[in-house]
Design a protein around this ligand. Sequence first.
Ligand code: SAH
Ligand code: SF4
Length: 389
Amino acid sequence: MTAKSKANLAGLSLANLRTLFVDAGEKPFRAEQVMKWIHQRGVVDLDVMTDISKSLREKLKQSTEISFPKLLQNFTADDGCHKWIVEVASGSCVEMVYIPEAGRGTLCISSQAGCSLDCSFCATGKQGFNSNLTVAEIVGQLWWANQKLGGFDSSGNRVVTNVVMMGMGEPLLNFDNVMEAVSIMMEDCAYGLSKRKVTISTSGVVPAIDRLKDFTDASLAVSLHAPNDELRSQIMPINNKYPISELLRSVQGYMDSLADKRVPVIEYTMIKGVNDHRAHARELATLLREFPCKINIIPFNPFSLSDYRRPSTSSIANFRQILQAAGFTVTVRATRGEDIGAACGQLVGDVQDQTRRSRRHKRLAAAKRSEKVFTGADNLAIAADRVVR
Ligand code: SAH
Ligand code: SF4
């Protein structure tokens, strides 16, 4: 068996690890032991796993490996956020971001290198699609964050309390790997995060949302960003395939399947002059009148190749007020880690992929650089430039 075809124990759910041990003629409880070593104690060397017999360890070495993606770089923002660049097997780089807040720490992780869906306001989309991350590459982002941040603070509280799949890529287009990674995150003998604290964010891949209930009960966030199909299709091409009515129907189906009472978060990235008018807020309130949800407004985060702008603080406040007056719970996402290009939609990895859209993106970026149009706010390009090797 070649090293490449060895099963990676770091990317197996408890159920799959049990199967692996049972198939090898071992007791299934070995799966819990190995999971604890890898995910709770951060151990990747089988020889350190002393509660497993030497002969079993030797056997495992023949057919398995324990490997996580490589951590290339760490950026620390003035506000305490971290952004790490992770190299994945395809050779691309992805980014993950840690956002500390009072009483919680949120890790925003990537599911794909690049993204095929090309939303007009998203830097990741500008790269095109490069690769799906493996299970170990997805869960490895949480593993690395725990390694780097120490896992627990001085009072014994977890440092990463929440995981959101709001980094690079569309999680539901890497369905199987994301489902397996999410199950490891929620496993008691791994990271033990509750279903409420792991959130999958989707741009609306309806057939995948329809299947979701058979695989997970994680929380769901939905990128809506427009109150009608015409506008949504202009900024999110996926809406041409799965329009708003189908999307809301399928999200409702998932929420109804959950054993506890939970509502989805509707994400609304506000872009100046595009979807930020008061009339849009009123239309959104009407659209969601009978759809239980919370609304999270994300002020647009600028990046080098986008001419979009962020609306003023007062127009964001007005928009929010209209929705609140209509009875919605509305939060406005604070922009964090902006000085290191870590804010929503600014994540680009290393932009090394070879898709046509990515090459165009790089050409345009180079052209813009030579025109000296970059400013300090063009942090995503600067961060990306730092890691292009
Ligand atoms: N593909 C998934 C998850 C990754 S994007 C999705 O689209 O939901 C995570 C969130 O960041 C989404 O709500 C997305 O619309 C938002 N986003 C993307 N680009 C942004 C930008 N430039 N400014 C603000 N939010 C952005
Ligand atoms: Fe992809 Fe999400 Fe970016 Fe759209 S917003 S291009 S779905 S990562």
